[in-house]
Design a protein around this ligand. Structure first.
Ligand code: PBG
Ligand code: ZN
Length: 323
């Protein structure tokens, strides 16, 4: 008989033969920054997550520094939205000011800047709109402007999440021409039109006012197409790639890991977070157990970088285990 149980007999043995390890440095924590003063606005559908005004950011940034996580992903929520999302690429836009503040005061924090128009447009779409069409090529210069302005403010990594075609090459070129040849691009390469983003759209006030995102985000039925999206982003100059959401897409994380050599991120999105929080608040599941199991599964599937709203909690749990 094969005795698999031999190596499961004690905590020490299990530790010795464990194949996958979560590390604090793998984790990226998303942070929402809003206009105004003295604000720490709870996001109803995401317990434990807040929208911070810049003057109160220290509270969360100090936790980030102490936690040892790999970095943060910054989302700005402007007071003013318009057709072209102009506050996305203004020198003094909310995101620009937030990135400058963080870089100046916390130079040790790795800042990833999400690049997309949907938080800044009055219609809530990720690109320019003409009638009921979401324009592709006309959107690219605006994304590039946003990327360059955030790189200038001190963003360490540019992460385009819009899903327009050709954006990686366009943004890479704009970064290079503006002297940011060393700023890497983390592309949201295989980003699916997903019901799992609903709590984020509450948080960022970015739900589309008409239609949906299905003409630019991917159909969740398509795995082969996801590989083609990733392949193209790499060809266009992406330094890192992403699959998003995470849990329902781990087959594609595995395929991407086997097929491509670039660092691979997954985004454990807002709806995945909200489900865990809701079920654990009802006592149906144990939050810590479920989160560690979910995130370990993402790494086991092949992800190197885990973007998750649980990041700070996970760091606390990992430290407690070491003590
Ligand atoms: C903006 C963006 C979204 C998310 C990350 N960047 C929302 C969307 O595409 O509707 C979702 C993140 C989450 O749900 O946690 N394009
Ligand atoms: Zn968007």
């Amino acid at each position: 008989m094969k005795r698999f149980r031999r190596l499961r007999a004690s905590e020490q043995l299990r530790n010795l033969v464990r194949e996958t390890h979560l590390q604090t440095g793998d984790l990226i924590y998303p942070i929402f920054v809003e206009e105004g003063e003295d604000r720490k606005t709870p996001v109803d559908s995401m317990p434990g997550i807040f929208r911070w005004s810049i003057d109160r950011l220290d509270e969360i940034l100090l936790q980030v520094v102490q936690s040892g996580i790999g970095g943060i992903l910054v989302f700005g929520i402007p007071a003013h939205k318009d057709e072209t999302g102009s506050s996305a690429y203004e020198e003094n836009g909310i995101t620009q000011r937030a990135v400058r503040y963080i870089k100046q005061n916390y130079p040790e924090i790795l800042i990833i800047a999400d690049v997309c128009l949907c938080e800044y447009t009055s219609h809530g779409h990720c690109g320019l709109v003409c009638g009921d069409e979401i324009l592709n090529d006309e959107t690219l210069p605006l994304l590039a402007k946003m990327a360059v302005s955030l790189a200038k403010c001190g963003a360490d990594i540019i992460a385009p999440s819009d899903m327009m075609d050709g954006r990686i090459a366009y943004i890479r070129n704009a970064l290079d021409e503006s002297g940011h040849v060393h700023t890497p691009i983390l592309s949201y390469s295989a980003k699916f039109a997903s019901g799992y983003y609903a709590p984020f759209r509450d948080a960022a006030d970015s739900a589309p006012s008409f239609g949906d995102r299905k003409t630019y985000q991917m159909d969740y039925a398509n795995g082969r197409e996801a590989m083609r999206e990733i392949e193209e982003d790499i060809a266009e100059g992406a330094d890192m790639i992403m699959v998003k959401p995470a849990l329902a897409y781990l087959d594609l994380v595995r395929q991407a890991r086997d097929k491509f050599d670039l660092p691979l991120a997954v985004y454990n999105v807002s709806g995945e977070y909200a489900m865990v929080k809701a079920a654990s608040s009802l006592g149906y599941i144990d939050e810590k157990k479920i989160v560690l199991e979910n995130l370990t599964a993402m790494k086991r599937a092949g992800a190197d970088i885990l973007i998750t709203y649980h990041a700070l909690d996970v760091c606390r749990w990992l430290c407690e285990e070491k003590e």
